[in-house]
Design a protein around this ligand. Structure first.
Ligand SMILES: *Cc1c(COP(=O)(O)O)cnc(C)c1O
Length: 377
């Protein structure tokens, strides 16, 4: 290939597709115009429709729209009277919000080690259970369900609630069970980078418990039982009605989005196999339907690879470079380097490739080809 040809072959592969995903937003804008005619700007018809559809998608009795995934977790904990003096166990390698939401509820995050598939290790969870433990918050990281049988068994044995952090895992399944329906309650995020995304912040609580659903509904809306009467003190954590309108459209697309991401991940799994310990792909569990919010591999010479791929026009990310116990905000909990060797080792090696639904085959070939070329010379 001549230098000119290889120059022409250079492609741009962006990590996210947000700048073009909503190019044809007319149908959504039409529904926004209808809202202007109705005037139900808070909660209202759009939020009701969203909640009904979301509950159906997850196979649960209740879905409650809230203003973020983070608040969804905090409100679930508050609804269960989990707060000061209590401990909630979660993973040491999640997005910071998993632990942050626990702290915002007034409880103490108790962090657990993870496994080779990046998910919370039930054996580590078992070791952390104390008299103060009130809940376990497994994270379905990358869109891959955590080991729910083992975690739910621990919950039953010790009479501790299991709450799912399903922010990254809409439509994922564990042994045929839908994520968001296995714990006492679950949290989803509608953040722009999540698989079901809106035009800003949004979150959802799912639960089969009438009591939790009722309490979360109160907490998100000033504790009001009607226009004038408040049963409890609450706050304002409502799902924005505009975002619910976007969410209603995205609910019709999310299945195709997930199917496409799953297909892209399967392609990468094949195309990146055989590179020895240069590129380690987590074992795929046939009992789990992963929806690939992120496609995370472990690589050697990571910083060089990132720079090389960037030169080729390929954008990559790291989810997450600093484990939660190594964050400044966790210092008061007494953690130190070495507490979670697996999470720490992974943080040094993990790399997230673009896996979004708009990637073309050509782009994925290009990514895989350059990774192979980097290691094979
Ligand atoms: C995104 C995310 C959250 C928080 O969701 P927001 O809607 O951004 O508040 C919580 N947990 C995990 C694992 C996430 O990825």
């Amino acid at each position: 290939m001549s230098p000119v040809q290889s120059e022409q072959k250079k492609m741009k592969v962006k990590y996210s597709y947000l700048d073009s995903q909503f190019k044809n937003a007319e149908p959504i804008v039409e529904d926004v115009k209808k809202l202007l005619g109705r005037g139900d700007f808070t909660l209202g018809a759009a939020v009701n429709e969203f909640e009904t559809s979301f509950a159906k998608l997850c196979g649960v009795k209740h879905a409650i729209g809230v203003n973020s995934g983070t608040d969804a977790i905090t409100l679930i904990l508050k609804a269960m009277d989990i707060g000061p003096g209590d401990e909630v166990i979660t993973a040491s390698n999640s997005f910071i919000a998993s632990a942050g939401a626990i702290a915002m509820a007034g409880a103490a995050p108790a962090l657990a080690e993870v496994k080779e598939d990046y998910n919370i290790d039930p054996a580590s969870v078992a070791n952390l259970i104390t008299k103060k433990t009130k809940a376990i918050l497994p994270v379905h990281l990358t869109g891959n369900p955590a080991d729910m049988d083992e975690i739910l068994a621990l919950g039953r044995k010790h009479n501790i609630a299991v709450i799912e952090d399903a922010a990254q895992a809409i439509e994922a399944q564990y042994k045929g069970k839908r994520v968001g329906s296995m714990g006492i309650a679950a949290e989803f995020s509608l953040h722009p980078l999540k698989n079901l995304n809106v035009w800003g912040d949004g979150g959802v609580v799912t639960t089969n418990s009438d009591a939790i659903a009722q309490k979360v509904k109160l907490l998100r809306n000033h504790g009001l039982i009607n226009r004038d009467e408040a049963a409890i003190f609450g706050g304002n954590s409502r799902l924005d009605t505009l975002q619910a309108i976007v969410g209603n459209h995205m609910l019709r697309e999310v299945h195709l989005i997930n199917e496409t991401r799953i297909r892209h991940a399967a392609y990468y799994d094949k195309a990146l196999a055989g590179l020895g310990d240069n590129v380690v792909i987590p074992k795929r569990d046939p009992n789990k339907r992963q929806v690939y919010h992120t496609y995370v591999i472990q690589v050697k010479k990571r910083e060089e690879l990132i720079a090389y791929l960037a030169e080729q026009g390929i954008e990559t990310k790291i989810h997450y470079p600093i484990p939660i116990h190594r964050q400044q905000c966790s210092k008061y909990l007494g953690y130190k380097k070495g507490d979670f060797p697996i999470a720490e080792a992974q943080a040094e090696k993990i790399l997230t490739l673009p896996v979004h639904q708009a990637l073309t085959q050509e782009q994925m070939d290009y990514v895989a080809e350059h990774i192979r070329r980097f290691y094979k010379g």
